[in-house]
Design a protein around this ligand. Structure first.
Ligand code: NAD
Ligand code: GLY
Length: 363
């Protein structure tokens, strides 16, 4: 197998490439062509910048560039942080042909992408994801945004990157919990629409946990290819793209109720997928065996599967009522008919959702 995988996201004149492989941050010849103007702002955080910023800066000579290093964490994915990016762009003198490079995980990617979408009504940005979650999910597809106290990602824009550069060597420094959280988004791809990939994940769970390079790079590429196909068919989530939110309505509610940063996004998605599978079984859409299979795989990957204790089911349900997928006050959730068969369920009865959210009944 080649050490680099290259995929295209087919979006007409906004099409872009995803490059996946070790050492790509230092290969500026690969990503410099995606920078069209003279001004570049690199946005990172204080955990990632000391490790990888110099590699990116080394590729920028000849361009007017600046760096903005934000505090680390989901708690900083805010409008205040976006305002700091706007101030840095103003100081740089960034014009419409400027670009933003997002160097970090999904928090930095969502935030910097959102700022790029807003600055002068939209400038280029390049995603340089450094977490597994960002490589397999958040860096692809152009969803950008920030959180509000009322909920996750409530303010945002669709704004596609010009390129995605996933340097898999950066995963070596990723803390184990963060790494495993990224595996949850891979499981999601198999769970929603690729039963063969789910089988593959079951067969390679231990190798993935051990971060074995060859299998990992091809699993990242496989996940990205699936997502790229969905995005090309349904960029703004009028239909099929909503399936990528399997487990997310539950997961977002858990993230907010537990307090941002308590549960990692991927951990919340893992628990949320299992809640969605339990609800599917309760409503007669799928068998219990599929939920059991999902639970076993998540456990082998070291992910949480149980609802955190002492959460109020009514508070969680109230959070879910604010989910972006809902229509006309009705709960709209991604459920499944079994592994690889997710679908959009309209008007899901709140009582059934509440029942699975009640930890005493959702075993
Ligand atoms: P994150 O960005 O907070 O990164 C996780 C942690 O790892 C942080 O502490 C970060 O500083 C650190 N880190 C990053 N790369 C590292 C490296 N190589 N070595 C050492 N430490 C490193 O979290 P995340 O899981 O990457 O992303 C979660 C965010 O992504 C959430 O805000 C979620 O809403 C968003 N998201 C967006 C989409 C989308 O389509 N836009 C999809 C999924 C998730
Ligand atoms: N992470 C879900 C999406 O990009 O649509």
């Amino acid at each position: 197998m080649s050490s680099m995988h290259t995929l295209d996201v087919a979006l007409g004149d906004r099409a872009y490439r995803i490059h996946i492989g070790p050492g790509l941050l230092a290969e500026s010849a690969l990503w410099r062509p995606a920078l069209r103007g003279r001004h570049v702002l690199i946005v990172s955080n204080d955990a990632v910048a000391p490790l990888y910023l110099a590699r990116v800066v080394a590729g920028l000579d000849g361009l007017r560039h600046a760096t903005l290093v934000l505090p680390d964490g989901e708690a900083h994915k805010t409008l205040d942080s976006a305002a700091r990016i706007f101030a840095a762009l103003a100081t740089l003198g960034a014009t419409r042909d400027a670009a933003v490079i997002a160097l970090g995980g999904g928090v930095i990617g969502d935030l910097a992408g959102f700022a790029a979408a807003c600055w002068m009504r939209g400038i280029d940005f390049i995603q340089m994801p450094t977490t597994l979650l960002a490589m397999v999910d958040s860096s692809v597809g152009g969803k950008t945004g920030v959180n509000l106290p009322a909920g996750k990602n409530l303010v945002g824009a669709f704004h596609q990157p010009r390129a995605v550069i996933a340097d898999t060597a950066t995963l070596a420094t990723l803390p184990v919990r963060e790494y495993r959280a990224g595996l949850a988004e891979m499981v999601k791809i198999g769970a929603i629409g690729d039963a063969g990939f789910f089988d593959w994940l079951e067969a390679h769970a231990e190798a993935l946990v051990a971060r074995e390079e060859a299998g990992l790079a091809s699993a990242i590429a496989h996940s990205c290819a699936h997502k790229a196909g969905v995005v090309a068919r349904d960029e703004t989530e009028q239909g099929e793209r909503a399936l990528l939110n399997f487990g997310h309505s539950f997961g977002h509610a858990l993230e907010v109720e537990c307090g941002y940063g308590t549960l990692l996004h991927g951990e919340a998605v893992a628990i949320g997928m299992l809640q969605a599978a339990s609800l599917s079984a309760r409503l007669g859409w799928a068998g219990d065996a599929d939920a059991a299979r999902l639970r076993t795989l998540l456990e082998r990957l070291g992910l949480p599967t149980a609802l955190p204790p002492r959460l109020d089911p009514d508070a969680l349900l109230a959070r879910m009522a604010l989910d972006k997928k809902n229509r006309e006050g009705r709960l709209r959730l991604i459920l499944w008919r079994g592994v690889g068969q997710a679908f959009i369920a309209e008007d899901v009865p709140a009582a059934a959702v509440r029942a699975v959210l009640d930890a005493r009944s959702a075993s």
